[in-house]
Structures are given as structure tokens and as C-alpha cells.
Design a protein around this ligand. Sequence first.
Ligand SMILES: Cc1cc2nc3c(=O)[nH]c(=O)nc-3n(C[C@H](O)[C@H](O)[C@H](O)COP(=O)(O)OP(=O)(O)OC[C@H]3O[C@@H](n4cnc5c(N)ncnc54)[C@H](O)[C@@H]3O)c2cc1C
Length: 389
Amino acid sequence: MSASSFHPLDPYGIEQALSSEECMVRDAVARLVAEKVLPIIRQCFEEHRFPRELVPELAALGLLGSALEGYGCAGLNAVSYGLICRELERGDSGLRSFVSVQSSLCMYPIHAFGSEEQKRELLPRMARGELIGCFGLTEPHGGSDPANMKTHARRRGADWLLCGSKMWITNGTIADVAVVWAATDEGIRGFLVEKGAPGFTATEIERKFSLRASVTAALYLDDVRVPQERVLPAALGLKAPLSCLTQARFGIAWGVIGAAQACLAQLLEYSGSRVLFGRPLAHNQAIQIRLADMARRLTGAQLIALQLARLKDEERLEPVQVSLAKWNNCRMALDVARDCRDMLGGAGISAEFVPIRHMLNLESVVTYEGTETIHQLTLGRALTGHSAF
Ligand SMILES: Cc1cc2nc3c(=O)[nH]c(=O)nc-3n(C[C@H](O)[C@H](O)[C@H](O)COP(=O)(O)OP(=O)(O)OC[C@H]3O[C@@H](n4cnc5c(N)ncnc54)[C@H](O)[C@@H]3O)c2cc1C
């Protein structure tokens, strides 16, 4: 009988189902995270600092806009994009958030809805990390109901004038270009607003206890003039920004697996060496049951993510399937991180161990890109045919 190939962080052998190209992508990102992210990320989190110096490294590996075709982008498949998110989030959700926003929320809408000129001008520079983007959809009065959008744009000659504000915007203060969604007489449209445009300001949201290694900002638009060439011509209606969220939520469903694995890996090591009542913690039934429960939930999340990627590659992905995955996988990761923190005892509240940082980050990840409740209601609507929100 051959030795068991059971791996605690991959009980169903997902890694063995990967192609050699997917393994190469995974290993390259894992190396970057081990060599460049893990040595600094704790300090970045403590200092409330986004490690901007890593942007050229992310770009050099082709991680910005990696799933897009052409315009200097790598054109990787969905599994590879998922693996990138997973490996980055094993380091920190803040870094994965940066890549998600740049790739899925800024480059994707330009790629999907932009003019040929916009694509040629912006996408290669964004892929090289020379231009940073942000995505402004959420407003201060309620992110769960984006149809109730107050930010508006009205035509002024050949230009548009934008007025309003956006809240909780990742990359907001470091962005060179903001994809801002605004209500117009024609419906919701997307505008490319440049840093420094008169009337446009971005203010960092300080004193966050979550995603401290990520920039989050409020955007203010006070009659900002945007020329017609800076409107995304093919984006009309709320379904345009929602389609960007579908892309980003796909990455989140993969990413959070990395955070959960990082927590579980550290707990397995700790519980094997921590001796209490005369034996290692890991020898206790109650601890083993809790570990087994984590492995069960992690496995479910991994299988969901893999199938989600297959559906995406086959162009059969439905937004409700992404909702189920985002909800399930974020919940899994948050519960695993909280439980790992608990089983580390007092050490679990120390930044010397990763679970508390991941746990705090995941409080944002479970909320942004649609809260857990919103995804549950989305699934409820698909199950019953009735919208409850
Ligand atoms: C760190 C961070 C980064 C972010 N980055 C971005 C970004 O880059 N771009 C962007 O546009 N947005 C971003 N967001 C915003 C995020 O998407 C919103 O916070 C989220 O959609 C929730 O909106 P809200 O905070 O206004 O909460 P609300 O919409 O006010 O919700 C409050 C509570 O009410 C619940 N709720 C809402 N509706 C219902 C209902 N019908 N029934 C029952 N309960 C309900 C919600 O689940 C939640 O628990 C970010 C947020 C965070 C925290």
C-alpha cells in the first residue's frame, strides 16, 4: 500500500488537479509572498501602511489584470487568477484587495466597456503598475443598495459634471484613475476620473482595525468636469458595475482560502507542540474535533472555488453562483481564523501569530463586495423567484 497523500491543508488533493502552467503561476506568487510579503506585512499592518513598494513586483509577475486578454495583460485562465488571489491572501487580504481592485474593478470595466482608445492608453500602463486604479460605487448612505445612487452626472456642453461622494474606496488616495459610477438621465454610467481633476478629492479613512495594510478612502466630487472621451461607452445601467463585482467576488472566493490555510497551518504546528495537562494540545479530542471541522469547511470551500473557476472558464458562470461562493468561503475563512485565534489562547491575540491579523482583515472581506446578508438574499431570490431586498 502506498503512503497516504493526505495533506492537512488540501484534503481532497486539489493541487494535483492543477495543470503545469497553473502550478507555475501558483509557485511564482507563493515565492513572492514568502520572500517579499511575509517579512514586512506584520509591520505594515501595525503601521497602517500599504506596501506600495511591492506594486512593481506584482506587475513584473503579470498579476495585474492577469485574466484579461491583450493590451499587455497575461490572459490567464480562471483557475490561475484564483490561485493568484489565494497565494496573495495567504500573505494578507490587503495585498489581495489591491490586486482585485486593480484587476477586476478597474482594468476589467475598461476592458469590457471602454473604447479602443481608452483600452490602448490605460490597460498596458495599469498592467505595468504605472497607473493605479480605484472603483467608486459605494456611497456613504448605504452600499448594499447601489441603485439608490446619489452621485450624479449631467451634461455640460461636450463634457460631464460629476457631483457626489463615495465611501470605503480601496486605493482611493493612491489611485491615478478612479472608475466612478454616477446616475445620469440615461441611467448609471461609468466615468474615468483622473487624480488631480479640479473638484475631485480623496481622503484616507484612518483608524481602521481591519485591512490596515490597504488604503481605504472617501472620494468627493464637486462639479468635476469629465470629458466625453472619459466615459466608458459600453457601460449603461447598474449591471455594468455589478458585472465588475462578479469578477472581483470570484477572486475573493479563492483568496480567503489562502488566509484560512495560513491560520490553520500555524495552529497545527502550535497545537502539536503546546503541552497542557501533560500532553500536546493536538492529542485532545475536543481540539481534534475542532481541527476536523476546519478541514471539512476548508475542503468544501476549495471544491466550490475550483468548480466556480471551471464554470468561469466555460463562460457558464452565473452571478448567484458567485454569491454562494463569496458567502460560503468568506464565512469559512472568518470562522477558521476566529477559531484558530481562540485555540492559540493568549498567544492568539499577539501579532506574532497570523490568525488575529487575518481575522481582523476578514471582517472587511465578509462585508465588502456585498455583505453576507446580501449574498444570502441573492441566493434566496434565485431559490424562490421572489426578491426580498
Ligand atoms: C475595507 C473596505 C474596502 C472597500 N472597498 C470598496 C471599493 O473599493 N469600492 C466600493 O465601491 N466599495 C468598497 N467598499 C464598500 C463595501 O462594498 C460596503 O461597505 C458594503 O457593500 C456594505 O455597504 P455599507 O457599508 O454601506 O453597509 P449597509 O449597506 O449600510 O449595510 C448595513 C447592514 O445592513 C445589512 N442589510 C442591508 N440591506 C439589508 C436587507 N435588505 N435586509 C437585511 N439586512 C440588510 C447589511 O448586510 C449590513 O449588515 C469597501 C468596504 C470596506 C469595509
